[in-house]
Design a protein around this ligand. Structure first.
Ligand code: AMP
Length: 216
């Protein structure tokens, strides 16, 4: 299954992608996680992306498209993948189409996760993640342990710099301008499925499975 999860920051794409990864045994490919790992490790990609991420802007399309092209060639993508946070602009979506068409392996579905705008800001402000394995927590609904050590891998749990309030506003504005047009793009291709993301994670997961497996 070749899948894209679409939706503004904070709707739970990462959480859902991790569940789908387990269920379908295909990798979650999160461009945000890849960029943060590169930033942490001080690679050339991380250095190039740093100022964009800190301002809540999109990293240039050519950088991201090259990153995805390389990632999709890895062996673990043979049976499919879940793209989380990519594409985020029309040029990225067009580049993805070209890549997949060349291989004769088009996308099956794009799942658009919807959450009311005012709820998103709260989710982002309260989000904390593990620096090592990217597992996420929420101070209100899924609080991290008091010692801020990840129960899964022991990594440090922290607040992403771009989850602070000033940057959140930028990221949401960038989503509306650059990424939201993908809803129309994919609905024109008849592969867009929309689910209500303002429910418990398990319920959102079930709705995604229902739309993916065609049970409505
Ligand atoms: P995320 O973890 O998906 O919210 O991504 C964090 C940040 O990484 C974004 O605010 C962008 O600066 C950058 N980023 C992640 N994915 C992309 C993408 N597909 N295109 C451009 N920038 C991206």
């Amino acid at each position: 299954m070749r899948l894209v999860l679409l939706g503004p920051p904070g709707v739970g794409k990462g959480t859902q992608a991790k569940q789908l990864e387990k269920k379908y045994r295909i990798p979650q490919i999160s461009t945000g996680d890849i960029l943060r790992a590169s930033l942490r490790d001080g690679t050339p990609l991380g250095l190039r992306a740093k100022s964009y991420i800190e301002k809540g802007k999109l990293v240039p399309d050519d950088v991201i498209i090259n990153l995805i092209r390389e990632r999709l060639q890895k062996n673990d993508c043979k049976n499919g993948f879940i793209l989380d946070g990519f594409p985020r602009s029309i040029p990225q979506a067009e580049a993805l189409d070209i890549m997949l068409n060349e291989l004769n392996t088009p996308l099956h579905s794009v799942v658009n996760i919807e959450v009311p705008g005012e709820k998103i800001i709260n989710r982002l402000k309260n989000r904390r993640i593990c620096r090592k394995c990217a597992k996420d927590f929420n101070l209100i609904t899924n609080p991290p342990p008091a010692d801020m050590k990840c129960p899964e891998c022991g990594g440090e749990i922290f607040q992403r710099n771009d989850d602070k309030e000033v940057t959140i506003q930028n990221r949401l504005a960038v989503y509306d301008k650059e990424t939201a047009p993908l809803i129309e793009y994919y609905s024109g291709k008849k592969i867009l499925r929309t689910v209500n993301g303002y429910n418990k994670h398990e319920e959102v997961h079930d709705s995604i499975i229902m739309v993916l497996e065609g049970v409505h």
